[in-house]
Every structure is written in structure tokens, then in C-alpha cells.
Ligand binder design. Structure first.
Ligand code: MRU
Length: 377
């Protein structure tokens, strides 16, 4: 266990070379403790993703990349034909860990493509290591570029109004959800570094509270002015001119520009449109899924357990161990969709590492032409 100040720079990394230990920040303990968890093998990485030890689209993708590296080590001593079959089984298992964030399948498929036709175990491990590091490094670079593009939006408001810029976000599309920087938070970090005063309204994001637990923690420790709000306060603040722009992340964005993101995002987009507040979704291009057009019909939405709704977990105000408490009568059922889809018509712009574009097939294709032809991302 570490103090918050000692938190590692990345959310997932390998300690040493191709045979080093893969480690992640165990996000379930934040914001109270920073815990680093080693990951044993590909099945363990599946569990780490499924149990939300790590979460967030980019982070899941990077973890999946390292997961395949672990799989190549596991099959190293098997006869060639068995190794291929077992590697595929482990990869399929990894891909099934969570359904909505497309970065998971994207990273596993990218690894499998790089490993295609490689039978030598040492070469397989070396390639998987190189690819896992590349996926993580590219995530970092993409988020940094998103920060620069988004900074222009924040700067424009500041220069026009001459006052601090009020940004609203939802859930955690911060560095914890990626490898570094974050997508939605990258423009906030860039604005803060550029000396532009900003205040960020962070919605707590029930049921798991990623806004309260993670986004509030990471922005606050970066010295950014954070106002935590209950999810239900967003509409009121948008109505009263308290918000200059909404920036959220995405777990999967379709070629039409429909944005799947944490449950509750759609309601913010509706309220933002009703009050003429711009609504942006920020994501690396690894989150674009051009195989789907209509997000409402096509994006698989994770259904999660009732306990997340009927129980709330936190640290007692007088300190001590984190505890879960029931907030409804014993035996009451719950429905718990993890994500929703905001239709493109409610999205002012999509921010990727390539720039900012309209949420439309034409604009997304113009910026990411290789995706339209089904090429590598
Ligand atoms: O269920 P989670 O925590 O993995 O959900 C993902 C998210 O944190 C959000 O939907 C986020 O805004 C997009 S992921 C960068």
C-alpha cells in the first residue's frame, strides 16, 4: 500500500523486461489507499478486468495488451499446434471479460494480428511485449494530443469571457481510465498547466461512484478546482448557466458518432442540448468502432449486479475500514445497466488524437479514413 502522493505514473506497466511482472493500480481501493497489484497470468488479467480492479476503456485496452503477453509466456512450453490453440483460448477468454468498452477486443485482436504465423516461443513473447508496450505508449500519446485539441476549446471560452471556465464531466475518463492523462480530463490538465483557471463539476456517478472516488481524487491531487455534485444536480446547473461545456469520455463510439459511455451520460447530453451548452466526447481512435452504425441498436450494454445499486460503500466519517451499507429495504430488486448511448445529434464534437470533428460518419471518416476501409487502427 502507498500513500496517494506515491501513486505510480501509469495505471498498468511491466516491471522490467518481457519476463517482468505486470502490475496495475488496484482502483477499488481509491481514493483511500493506493494499492499496486501484480497480475499472474492471462486468466488473472481477465479477472482483474471483470472485477473492475482496473476499469475505463483505455486502461482495459492496455491491460488486455499485457494480458496477451502473459498468455504467450503461458504457452511457451507447449508443442506448436497446442500453443496456438491455447493462445487463442486465452485471448478469447480475455476479450469476454467485459462487453462494452471496445478497446478490450481491439487490443487483443491487435496482438493476435501481430502474432499471426509466429511459432517460435521466444519470438512470440518478444513481439507480444513490444506490442503491449506500444499499445500503452500510443494511449499515452493519444491522450496527450486530445489534451492539446481540447485545450483550444477551453482557451476560447476563457478568452471570450475573461473568467474561469466551468467544465462538467461524468464518471472517470481520467488517467485512471487510461494509461496516463485521460481523455476527458486531458484538456483540463492542459488548461491548468497553461494557467487557464478552470472549475470542474464532477458528478458522483452512481452506482460505483467513479466520479466521486476517482475523478475527484485525481483532479484534486493535480490542484484543479473540483466541485463534486450528485448526479441529479447536472440539469439544474446546466439550466442556470453554471457550465460552459460538458466533456465526457467514451467506451465505444460508432461510425455514426453515437457515443456509448457510463450510465447517466445521455441525461447530461439532453440537458446540455436543451440549454445550448456544448457537449463533447473525448476518446482515442482505439475507441471508435466503425463496424457499428446505430449505437442504440448495436452497442452491447453491460448489465451489472443489483448489489451495486442497493448498497453504497465508503469510509466511515470517523475513519476506519471501508464499509458497504444497504440503502433500501432488504429484498428490493434493482436494474443496473452500466452504460448508455448518446445519439450523435446531441454531441457537439468528438475529440480524438487527430483533432475535433462533428459527430457524423462523414466527419469521423474524414479524420480516420483507415477505419472506414476496415484497416488497422
Ligand atoms: O465501468 P467503467 O468504470 O469501466 O466505465 C468506463 C468509464 O469510466 C466511463 O464510461 C468513461 O467515461 C469512459 S472510459 C474512458
Amino acid at each position: 500500500m502507498m500513500s496517494a502522493v506515491d501513486a505510480p505514473d501509469r495505471t498498468v506497466w511491466i516491471d522490467g523486461d518481457a519476463d517482468g511482472t505486470v502490475e496495475v493500480i488496484d482502483q477499488r481501493y481509491l481514493p483511500f489507499d493506493v494499492v499496486v497489484r501484480p497480475v499472474r497470468d492471462a486468466e488473472d488479467m481477465h479477472d482483474v478486468i471483470a472485477d473492475m480492479v482496473v476499469r475505463g476503456a483505455g486502461c482495459i485496452g492496455a491491460c488486455a495488451g499485457y494480458g496477451v503477453l502473459l498468455a504467450t509466456r503461458q504457452v511457451a512450453d507447449l508443442p506448436t499446434d497446442q500453443a496456438g490453440v491455447e493462445l487463442r483460448r486465452l485471448a478469447d477468454h480475455l476479450m469476454a471479460a467485459r462487453p462494452t468498452a471496445v478497446n478490450l477486443a481491439w487490443a487483443v485482436r491487435r496482438q493476435l494480428a501481430a502474432l499471426e504465423g509466429i511459432d517460435d516461443p521466444a519470438e512470440r513473447i518478444a513481439i507480444a511485449h513490444r506490442e503491449a508496450e506500444a499499445i500503452a505508449d500510443e494511449d499515452v500519446a493519444a491522450c496527450a494530443a486530445i489534451g492539446e485539441h481540447g485545450l483550444a476549446l477551453v482557451r476560447e471560452v476563457h478568452e471570450r469571457t475573461g473568467r474561469p471556465v466551468n467544465v462538467m464531466t461524468h464518471c472517470n475518463a481520467g488517467w485512471l481510465a487510461f494509461v496516463e492523462h485521460g481523455s476527458a480530463t486531458a484538456p483540463m490538465y492542459a488548461a491548468h498547466a497553461a494557467g487557464i483557471p478552470i472549475r470542474v463539476f464532477v458528478s458522483e456517478t452512481r452506482p460505483r461512484g467513479q466520479g466521486a472516488r476517482l475523478t475527484a481524487w485525481e483532479l484534486d491531487r493535480a490542484g484543479i478546482d473540483v466541485s463534486l455534485i450528485v448526479d441529479n444536480a447536472a440539469g439544474h446547473l446546466l439550466q442556470h448557466g453554471e457550465v460552459d461545456m460538458v466533456i465526457v469520455g467514451s467506451d465505444r463510439t460508432t461510425r455514426h458518432g453515437d457515443v456509448a459511455n457510463k450510465i447517466g451520460t445521455y441525461l447530461k447530453a439532453v440537458a446540455a442540448r436543451d440549454n445550448d451548452v456544448p457537449f463533447y466526447a473525448a476518446m482515442p481512435s482505439s475507441t471508435l468502432d466503425f463496424s457499428i452504425g446505430d449505437g442504440l441498436a448495436g452497442v452491447p450494454i453491460e448489465e451489472r449486479g443489483a448489489d451495486e445499486v442497493t448498497l453504497v460503500s465508503g469510509r466511515p466519517s470517523d475513519g476506519g475500514e471501508e464499509t458497504a451499507v444497504r440503502i433500501c429495504p432488504e429484498g428490493v430488486g434493482a436494474t443496473n445497466p452500466g452504460f448508455d448511448v448518446t445519439p450523435a445529434r446531441l454531441v457537439t464534437g468528438i475529440i480524438t488524437e487527430r483533432g475535433i470533428c462533428e459527430a457524423s460518419e462523414a466527419a469521423l471518416t474524414a479524420l480516420h479514413p483507415e477505419l472506414a476501409s476496415g484497416g488497422d487502427r
